[in-house]
Design a protein around this ligand. Structure first.
Ligand code: SAH
Length: 411
């Protein structure tokens, strides 16, 4: 046993989560910390009888006081360990490379690198170091990324609010190579998108919606086959037009897209032009979705497909009630705009709202809309955003695919 490491001892009974290989240690479960670890230092985590539980990274200011690297006492957390984890993560996504060059290479806990996000856009890598542990190993991780991908361009977008909770300053800078261009072109399933890695949302693009964009495209294509005309679709919270372009490419007759950000809509239209999809059938509306849906309802507008992919309404458990009301509102008004047989693809990326609660909220909206609806499938993030079965918190993006059955049994 290596005895040179600082030791964190848990209070009695607080070892249960770790025994189930759940990788988080809450400050409230800590009995003592010996050896004066600094932010990000590797610590030995043990139960109150001194039995080894895990190797972790210490975060003196965070509610998540430690996050586990490994539950194997024989593991050595050194440069080689990070190299191995980075290589494994990158290789595990190789199967996506024939579809796209926008890939999440590392997704935190799922890749045994808690708090680390790495996305690849063509030759550009973008990192987010959101925990004290990965922050400490930043140089080693960058080196491993270069070796594993062959890219020598890394931009660090460690500007997420989560860093503050870890007592880390926000940071945006070139980690390797040169300043990225204003726009990087990526291709996903044959559709081109421009990505602004320096100031776009997340690391620049909603990589996680890849499979759902493909679904929207397939639905548009099938609709055309069955009905002999293209669908009329409404994409709410369109950002840079991800779903809108997929729908147009699939053969939708008209795609109306709404976002409150003029900058996002500008980029969305640039993306449409990039793919020669900027015809008269693409309409871009700068508006508040909550208000616009009511306007459409009052005007008697109807659609064959409505997409609702809002920003995170609940940033923590404290905001769940308010967020639930907001989700209910847009889903209720979105459902009212559907033709009978029309489809709703509705999403929530609030980690604090699990899939069961989200489904209940949407079921409430269906009831209040006095419509019936089939639930066809649950949707989630792409395969490059997996979560460990031992860490269900890694599941954040949830979606439901519904088909309106019209007034059905409603009185
Ligand atoms: N569906 C997008 C991602 C959505 S991100 C994609 O697949 O790429 C959320 C978007 O909602 C942002 O572009 C933000 O500008 C927009 N937004 C936030 N609140 C809004 C509101 N009340 N009305 C309209 N748009 C809003």
């Amino acid at each position: 046993m290596n005895t040179n490491f600082p030791v964190l001892t848990l209070k009695p009974h607080k070892e249960r989560a770790l025994l189930r290989r759940h990788p988080w240690v809450y400050a409230t479960g800590v009995a003592s910390v010996k050896g004066k670890p600094k932010s990000g230092d590797t610590i030995r985590i043990q139960d109150n009888k001194g039995n080894f539980l895990a190797w972790g990274a210490y975060s003196p200011e965070a509610t998540l006081r430690a996050r586990c690297w490994s539950f194997n006492e024989n593991d050595v957390i050194d440069e080689n360990w990070f190299k191995k984890k980075v290589f494994e993560a990158v290789r595990a996504r190789d199967n996506l490379r024939n579809r796209t060059d926008a890939i999440r290479l590392i997704f935190g806990e799922a890749d045994y690198l808690p708090g680390l996000i790495v996305d690849q856009y063509a030759n550009q890598l973008v990192t987010q170091f959101q925990s004290a542990g990965v922050e400490k190993w930043r140089k080693e991780i960058a080196k491993a990324l270069i070796e594993a991908t062959g890219s020598n361009q890394i931009y660090d977008r460690s500007d997420a609010a989560t860093r503050v909770r870890e007592g880390l300053p926000e940071r945006k800078e070139v980690l390797e190579g040169v300043e990225p261009p204003e726009e990087i072109e990526i291709v996903e399933d044959g559709i081109k998108y421009g990505v602004d890695v320096r100031s776009g949302h997340k690391t620049g693009f909603y990589v996680d919606q890849r499979d759902n964009r493909a679904l929207a495209r397939e639905l548009a294509a099938n609709f055309k086959k069955v009905h002999g005309r293209g669908m009329r679709a409404l994409n709410c919270f369109c950002y840079t037009g991800g779903f809108s372009l997929a729908l147009a490419k699939g053969g939708a007759e008209e795609v109306i897209s709404i976002d409150s950000s003029a900058d996002a809509l500008f980029l969305a239209q640039e993306n449409a032009k990039r793919n020669n999809l900027d015809g008269h059938n693409m309409k871009w509306i700068e508006a508040n979705v909550f208000e616009k849906l009511r306007e459409f309802r009052d005007a008697g507008e109807k659609f064959d497909l409505v997409i609702l992919d809002p920003p995170k309404f609940a940033s923590s458990h404290h905001h769940v009630d308010k967020a639930a009301r907001a989700y209910k509102d847009i889903n209720l008004n979105g459902l009212r705009l559907l033709n009978e047989g029309g489809r709703l693809l509705t999403f929530s990326c609030s980690g604090a709202i699990d899939v069961d609660l989200f489904q209940k909220i949407v079921a409430g909206a269906v009831f209040d809309a006095k419509t019936d609806a089939w639930m066809v499938s649950r949707l989630g993030a792409g395969t490059d955003h997996p979560f460990l079965m031992t860490h269900p918190e890694g599941e954040y993006l949830k979606g439901l695919h519904l088909i309106s059955r019209g007034s059905g049994s409603a009185g």
